[in-house]
Design a protein around this ligand. Structure first.
Ligand code: NAI
Ligand code: MG
Length: 357
């Protein structure tokens, strides 16, 4: 099988870590029966400065017409508003209907900031909830009053819960391919909401997610639910408890950044933007202007994003190999980048991971 991958390095260290992602794909063992072809695509603030458009139509067209998946580095956002500029990744999610943001947070067998193993993934609905950005302000006896619409639909809730169920099954498959890389034994999905207060909106999310996960396809998946505030408490006290967490947009956004803090460096945390039949792997970090051009960016968030993209393209064995190689690099701790207290360059970390494939 040959997969065509769009490469969108973007700005700053995106240009240092995306080439590492490409090398990783090119270095996968031939026994996996996978080949890759690549197409370089523009997006980001530098592209905006050159062309007046942060996301050229050509980039979107090629992704749609030619590519099976893509890797996105990072983009810089100007700190003051620049007329005509808007985030290309937000636009890409819309134009390709990438309705889920998937963020795994994992420690290696070696440990974590909290001292207990963590291997969870947050599946965040990415198209609605309070982020539909329908706000208005009126003036009355109370002074100004601002309101925002929180929109929850059955369709979006159902497809995100279904994706959570699929991810739970797939993670189980990966654990079977790479035994010893996780402390989890059985698949579980935790539905997060606040339906005790918002009985209609969050109530609909909860009910629809329950229904979608009651599909016999997910009969081996344990389904539970948790109110979002107590979820935060438990996530910090007992992060090792969770497997797949599914949440509406706002809670998912907050939980994903919070969970990322449990494992140390931003340089370790991958994500994927996923729709039906397309996935973009994207490290969670930004363009890191403070270390740009020094060759010391940690490539691991990107390498894990490559694996995540492959998972969504149905290539679990390849993904499992990458996760195991990255974990081995981190557990040995000989080639760590400066954000993890080491001295290794981007290239040295990459080479060490490739050697372990
Ligand atoms: P950042 O994620 O770029 O950097 C935060 C800190 O983490 C910096 O000290 C940086 O050196 C470090 N860091 C990040 N990635 C690392 C890696 N792979 N290896 C080692 N250290 C790493 O966030 P910041 O500084 O707030 O934003 C910088 C620019 O990136 C801004 O223009 C911001 O708008 C943009 N940004 C873009 C994102 C995206 O493309 N999805 C996400 C977050 C920020
Ligand atoms: Mg966020």
């Amino acid at each position: 099988r040959t997969l065509r991958i769009g490469l969108i390095p973007g700005d700053g260290i995106g240009r240092e870590v995306i080439p590492a992602g490409r090398r990783l794909l090119e270095s996968l063992p031939t026994s996996l029966g996978l080949k890759f072809s690549f197409v370089d695509l523009d997006a980001g603030f530098d592209t905006f400065k050159k062309t007046g458009n942060a996301l050229p139509d050509k980039t979107v067209d090629i992704l749609k017409k030619e590519c099976d998946g893509a890797l996105f580095g990072a983009v810089s956002s100007p700190s003051t508003k620049v007329a005509g500029y808007s985030s290309p990744i937000v636009a890409l999610r819309k134009r390709l209907d990438l309705y889920a943001n998937v963020r795994p947070v994992k420690t290696t067998a070696g440990g974590s900031a909290t001292g207990s193993p963590i291997d969870l993934v947050i599946v965040r609905e990415n198209t609605e909830d309070l982020y539909v950005k329908e706000e208005k302000t009126t003036e009355g006896p109370e002074g100004k009053v601002a309101e925002a619409i929180k929109r929850i639909s059955e369709r979006a809730s159902s497809r995100i819960a279904t994706m959570a169920g699929e991810i739970a099954l797939r993670r189980q498959k990966i654990r079977q391919v790479s035994p010893g890389t996780s402390h989890l034994s059985k698949p579980m999905v935790t539905i997060t909401h606040k339906s005790n207060v918002l009985s209609q909106t969050d109530g609909l999310f909860r009910e629809t997610a329950r229904k979608a996960l009651a599909n016999p396809k997910y009969s081996t998946v344990e389904v539970e639910e948790q109110i979002v505030d107590s979820m935060v408490y438990k996530l910090f006290r007992q992060p090792g408890y969770y497997d797949v967490i599914v949440a509406p947009n706002l809670y998912g956004d907050i939980l994903s950044d919070g969970a990322a803090a449990l494992v140390g460096s931003l340089g370790l945390v991958p994500s994927a933007n996923v729709g039906d039949g397309f996935a973009i792997g994207e490290p969670c970090h930004g363009s890191a202007p403070d270390i740009e051009g020094k060759g010391i960016a940690n490539p691991i968030a990107t390498l894990r994003s490559v694996a995540l993209m492959l998972e969504f393209l149905g290539e679990e064995p390849a993904a499992a190999k990458i996760y195991a190689a990255v974990d081995a690099n981190l557990d040995e701790g000989k080639y760590l980048s400066p954000d993890l207290g080491g001295k290794a360059t981007t290239q040295e970390v990459l080479e060490d991971v490739l050697k372990r494939l």
